[in-house]
Design a protein around this ligand. Structure first.
Ligand code: DGJ
Length: 744
């Protein structure tokens, strides 16, 4: 998978479908050559380097009027000589100089892939699945070594990158910018695609044409954020969901990030991704090391959906890990939207009992069970059950739930503390705050300084005591505010720029320790919904609460957008009560079920309050989900109709061999006497006959017809007359149907 042209110093990573090429320049720096559809491995490519004599240019060597870093496409650029674009690396020595020049020293090819210490990363199970190229670079003047690591995967069109820095000099160095990835594309004629939004409306798809200058998304909040996801894609103007070139860049990280595309005066495009340099400064003492988070770049010539498959395949199978990775996920019920903080043990058992009657498998007790937590002003930090609500403790409640034949899950917000808590009273110094300034609060809470190992230990010990004492099968790990007044009492002045990153390392450390101690525990990540829904979290928690907005119609966009990068098995999705608590909308129970089922499925309402008819629907949904969850976790996901573009949302999940598919179609607003509609499907066998079932339809057709002419949509929504309706047709907003397409 990795070919090295020793004569020309060209490195070629290829896997039969995709190529990535770079070379060593005469000056020793690395130049970028190509990224895209595979090129032949015996080719010679140095003529791709474009450099000409141009006015107003700074050249590297006296007498040479052709060679300027400003004109050369680079691989891991630094600043200070003649490249005036944003660099991947910025380093300052104790002399104050920021000049840096990395020169090639050698390379190594390693079968498989090494783990990244303390950081989430993709992995292999067998060495043959991937090959890793490590390029050793050195700034001789400073003694800074940089090892650039590239892993190419055999079965997936993805390259994982990271950089390890080692200070081999005698003086401290400061890394002010250390990106995980940088790629220079020969032209900037692309549109960028980002996932942006806010609390309760996360990850909307936003597409904009690149223009000269910088297009960027970032977070400086301490968490990857609701506002922007650590991801950026590039597509050509004519690229669609299913055709054309698309590149995706995703950071396997949960803290501050920067994803940036810069188009220069020669229309060269530089993409970079990594820890946000704003607020970052890492002190590298002599002998010290720093490893960047991993960034994954994928390519597809099958449009944005093709890009998503690469991410889904890699993240589902080689980022998510452990006991739950390939397992069917339990149908859960969570009490939050039904009860908020107001409950006692018997209420919860009644709640769970009804759920058990409906076939639900896991009861999750959300916020409010611990310390003095009767509202959001107290209790965080005191992870001991409140005896007034739970007289038999968590152990007693878990036993009652298990006796119903269900599993028991519990909510935590490990990184936070309320002023009104025993933990704060004992250790007021444990929070992130700047000395002499008053700390801002979010939801009346403060952020514990997880950059300090003793703080992580304290929370680990509390969680361990509970998890080892009661039968807890699942935890929901919440995080409900961003960091402010960032400063750690445990670090000296010249290391305060490390706090954001050290904080995230502390979060990862706690996750890792819990997973080691309780390998069968299912962890669902959460951050006021989707404020930290990122690839970093997926390494520890195979599912995440996608958004605090549980309205089925809002969820169409949220889940559709999220699917650009993340597999549907990772998206927690629940049926909640109507009118919906976030937007006040009423939607049919079928629609709520259909939308939530293309996710890690569950309920978030009091089933005791449903009508007999609704309960019947819930029971049918649970049966249907259980019959299909294997497909829903492992199948190939196709986006068919975008809720960002019209009145319909449609998606399909198909077996990889095309033997079966489920197609979910939701019409948002009803329309009267509209057109007949067909929906071309994907991923079926053209020569195979299929039976199509839906609530109202049943017919047979070959795969070629279903993919070309399309699935014929039942169309009551647009005014089709139904027998017995009095001839007026039937209209209703927010209708949705699932079509089963079963190979015969
Ligand atoms: C925010 C989460 O997103 C909700 O699902 C719920 O767990 C609340 N926190 C509880 O405080």
């Amino acid at each position: 998978m990795i070919t090295v042209n020793e004569k020309e110093h060209v490195f070629h990573l290829h896997n039969g479908r995709m190529s990535y090429l770079f070379y060593v320049m005469d000056s020793g720096q690395l130049g970028h050559l190509y990224f895209g559809k595979e090129l032949r491995s015996d080719g010679s490519y140095l003529h791709m380097v474009e450099k000409a004599h141009r006015p107003m240019t700074t050249y590297i060597t006296e007498g040479d009027l052709y060679t300027s870093y400003e004109h050369l496409r680079q691989e891991y650029p630094t600043y200070g000589t003649s490249d005036y674009r944003y660099p991947a690396l910025e380093v300052q020595g104790t002399d104050g100089s920021t000049l840096c020049k990395l020169e090639y020293q050698g390379y190594e090819i390693i079968p498989g892939k090494k783990p990244l210490p303390g950081l989430p990363a993709t992995y292999v199970e067998e060495k043959g699945e991937a090959e890793t190229l490590e390029i050793r670079m050195l700034d001789q003047w400073r003694g800074l070594e940089a090892v650039l690591s590239y892993t190419i995967f055999r079965d997936c069109d993805a390259i994982a990158r990271s950089v390890r820095f080692i200070n081999k000099g005698e003086e401290a160095l400061f890394l002010d910018r250390a990106m995980s990835l940088s790629v220079d594309f020969p032209d900037g004629d692309y549109e960028s695609v980002q996932l942006s939004g806010s609390w309760a409306r996360e990850r909307s798809i936003i597409t904009r044409p690149l223009q000269p200058g910088v297009t960027a998304v970032s977070s400086m909040r301490g968490n990857s954020s609701h506002q922007h996801n650590p991801f950026l894609a590039l597509k050509r103007r004519h690229t669609t969901e299913h055709t054309g070139d698309a590149y995706g860049f995703s950071l396997v990280y949960s803290g501050n990030f920067l994803a940036q595309a810069e188009v220069d005066n020669y229309n060269v495009l530089r993409v970079m991704l990594g820890i946000n340099p704003f607020g970052f400064r890492w002190k590298l003492a002599p002998g010290g090391e720093f490893v960047t988070p991993e960034a994954v770049m994928v390519w597809s010539n099958q449009g944005l959906n093709g890009m998503s498959w690469q991410f889904h395949a890699l993240y589902k199978n080689r980022l998510a890990r452990g006991y739950w990775r390939d397992k069917e996920r339990p149908v859960l019920i969570n009490n939050w939207e039904a009860t908020m903080f107001d409950y006692v043990e018997d209420d919860l058992v009644r709640f769970a009992q009804k759920a058990q009657e409906c076939g639900i498998e896991l009861f999750v007790l959300d916020d409010g069970w611990f310390g003095a937590r009767n509202n959001d002003r107290a209790g965080l930090g005191d992870w001991k059950p409140n005896p007034a609500k739970l007289p038999n403790g968590i152990k007693g409640l878990a036993e009652r739930i298990e006796a119903l034949g269900m599993k028991f899950g519990l909510w935590f917000e490990p990184e936070m503390v309320n002023r009104d808590s025993d933990l704060f009273r004992t250790h007021p110094d444990y929070i992130i705050q700047t000395p002499g300034r008053s700390p801002s609060h979010g939801r009346n809470q403060f952020v514990l300084d997880f950059s300090r190992p003793e703080v992580v230990d304290e929370i680990y010990n509390q969680m361990y005591a509970l998890l080892s004492n009661a039968k807890i099968s699942y935890i929901k790990w919440d995080m409900n505010r961003s960091i402010s007044e960032c400063y750690s009492a445990s670090l000296p002045a010249d290391q305060q720029g490390e706090v954001f990153h050290r904080y995230i390392l502390g979060v990862y450390d706690l996750h890792e320790r819990l997973i080691r101690a309780f390998p069968e525990l299912l962890i669902e990540s959460c951050s006021s919904g989707g404020g930290r829904f990122d690839a970093g979290m997926l390494y520890y928690a195979p599912q995440g609460w996608t958004s605090d907005d549980s309205d089925a119609i809002e969820r169409l966009k949220i889940q559709y957008g999220t699917s650009l990068v993340y597999p549907i098995s990772s998206m927690g999705a629940h049926v909640s009560a109507c009118p919906n608590s976030q937007v006040g909308r009423n939607t049919p129970i079928e629609t709520r079920g259909n939308v939530a089922m293309t996710g890690a499925f569950g309920y978030e309402l009091d089933l005791n309050k449903l009508s007999e008819e609704e309960l019947k629907a819930v029971k049918q949904q649970v049966v249907f989900y259980k019959q299909n969850r294997k497909l829903l976790v492992q199948g190939a996901f196709y986006r068919l109709l975008s809720p960002f573009e019209g009145n319909f949302a449609a998606w399909e999940v198909a077996e990889h061999d095309g033997s079966r598919a489920l197609v979910t179609v939701t019409r948002i607003l009803s329309e009267i006497n509209g057109p007949y509609r067909r929906l071309p499907l994907l991923g079926l066998d053209p020569d195979r006959k299929y039976h199509i079932y839906s609530k109202y339809l049943s017919y047979e057709a070959y795969g070629d017809e279903l993919m070309q002419f399309g699935l014929m949509l039942e169309d009551q929504a647009s005014g089709q007359i139904i027998e017995g309706s009095g001839g007026s047709g039937s209209c209703e907003d927010f209708r949705s149907l699932v079509y089963e397409v079963v190979g015969l």
